[in-house]
Write a protein that binds this ligand. Structure first.
Ligand SMILES: Cc1ncc(COP(=O)(O)O)c(C=O)c1O
Length: 423
């Protein structure tokens, strides 16, 4: 007997697709539609150059790869302590002393599945409904949505562009309320590249000190990618802040290890314990093999990083010099750190594309650059500050130069409203 009905024709009972309220609060990523469009065009055979990736194009260094392979062969393939092996935690403690003059005990550090897991769990562990967390725009896309999912309210502070998008004590003081639980500081900043001096961090700490309930997340994930100036971690600048700072870092950006998913943090024991609790009931330890690799990354040679920095700086300067021809439609400062340019595109809005479309938003411009120039960028809307475009320059010099030239020529084809032929 033939099957009576195919899956398509069977009438299935209605499914309740309502999601939990905590998820309804989160907004979909503004970059999702762009990435999907980029993938579609690439699948159609178009040569799409992506300036939208938040990762280095370098390979994970060979000594780190070998450490991971050795780890597998030697049987480091089982569950480990939830917060990371004692060896890795000891290495994290050494790293914080060596690079940041921060002294944590082994029980005050944790290894997790990416810095992302630490950020998420820290917010989940500490935010109650109505609690606020201050983020500095432009900010990394996930902060605001993680805060919302955890039940809190993001409070966005937008510093002056001509101050390098750096938070000032005055702006911080204005944003704080009795409900503020977190200040999230990210320097070098994704996407602006903002980097703070020790004095600037101390001035912020003066404000934090007056708010006993306030905690600080220092997201230092781009620490190694600094071209001008020096990196200082928040608690390093003001040692009394260590008791209420979660210093977050990871191997993703420093060692080209985004796929290994290994982040780490140092912080007060009560908070690290809460992170361990959440981790133990969700993902358990981060991958044992990635821990073996991270140990080699943190304890191994660091001298190759100078070469990486100089290649990245060369790319930054290359991109800036080509994109200067797109001024004034695109205007950008020279960021001292990280691997992004954050371009003000306000002068391009209102212009008309060769197809006769008027560009209203940075999203429209990003879509135009994708379709017209075959270059994928991320609109500033995703980072809480529009109209801007974020251009990641961690790709080969040749592809980067080609992408920038395509952007320049696509911008040159945009007509001011008055010059556009009337329909
Ligand atoms: C500012 C910032 N923090 C944290 C992360 C997450 O890093 P990880 O790969 O360690 O989860 C990223 C990744 O893009 C980032 O840009």
């Amino acid at each position: 007997m033939a099957f009576p009905l195919s899956a398509e024709t069977a009438s299935s009972p209605a499914v309740d697709t309502t999601l939990a309220r905590r998820l309804q609060a989160a907004r979909p990523s503004a970059t999702g539609a762009m990435s999907q469009a980029a993938r579609r065009l690439a699948a159609e055979g178009r040569d799409i150059i992506s300036l939208s990736e938040g990762e280095l194009d370098f390979d994970t260094p060979v000594h780190i790869q070998h450490a991971a392979m050795r780890g597998i062969i030697e049987g480091q393939t089982r569950y480990t302590d939830v917060g990371g092996t004692p060896q890795l935690r000891a290495s994290i403690v050494r790293k914080f002393v060596r690079d940041n003059n921060l002294h944590y005990k082994e029980a005050e550090v944790i290894a997790s599945t990416g810095a992302k897991q630490i950020l998420f769990n820290a917010l989940l562990a500490t935010l109650d409904a109505g609690d606020e967390a201050v983020v500095v725009a432009p900010y990394w896309v996930s902060y605001s949505e993680m805060i919302r999912i955890a039940g809190g309210e993001p409070v966005v502070v937008t510093p002056q562009a001509d101050n390098g998008f750096k938070l000032t004590p005055e702006r911080l003081a204005e944003a704080l309320t009795p409900r503020t639980r977190w200040l999230i500081l990210n320097a070098p900043c994704n996407p602006s590249g903002a980097l703070y001096t020790a004095d600037e961090l101390r001035a912020l700490a003066d404000v934090v000190r007056a708010h006993p309930r306030l905690l600080v997340m220092s997201d230092d994930i781009y620490e190694e990618i600094v071209f001008e100036g020096a990196f200082v971690s928040f608690a390093q600048a003001s040692p009394d802040m260590q008791a209420r700072t979660l210093t977050i870092n990871g191997v993703s950006k420093a060692y080209a290890m985004t796929g290994w998913r290994l982040g780490y943090a140092g912080g007060p024991r009560w908070l690290i314990q809460a992170l361990e609790l959440l981790q133990s009931q969700s993902t358990s330890n981060p991958s044992s093999v990635s821990q073996a690799a991270a140990l080699a990354a943190l304890d191994g040679p660091q001298d190759f990083l100078d070469g990486w920095r100089s290649r990245l700086r060369g790319r930054r300067d290359l991109a800036l010099s080509i994109l200067s021809q797109a001024a004034p439609l695109l205007r950008m400062a020279c960021p001292p750190a990280a691997f992004y340019l954050y371009a003000d595109c306000s002068a391009a809005l209102g212009r008309i594309t060769p197809a006769g479309q008027r560009l209203e938003t940075d999203m429209d411009l990003a879509r135009y650059l994708l379709e017209e120039a075959g270059v994928a960028v991320v609109p500033g809307t995703a980072f809480g500050l529009a109209p801007y475009l974020r251009l990641a320059y961690a790709l080969s010099d040749e592809r980067l130069a080609l992408a920038c030239e395509r952007i320049v020529s696509a911008c040159a084809r945009l007509q001011p409203l008055s010059a556009a032929p009337s329909a």
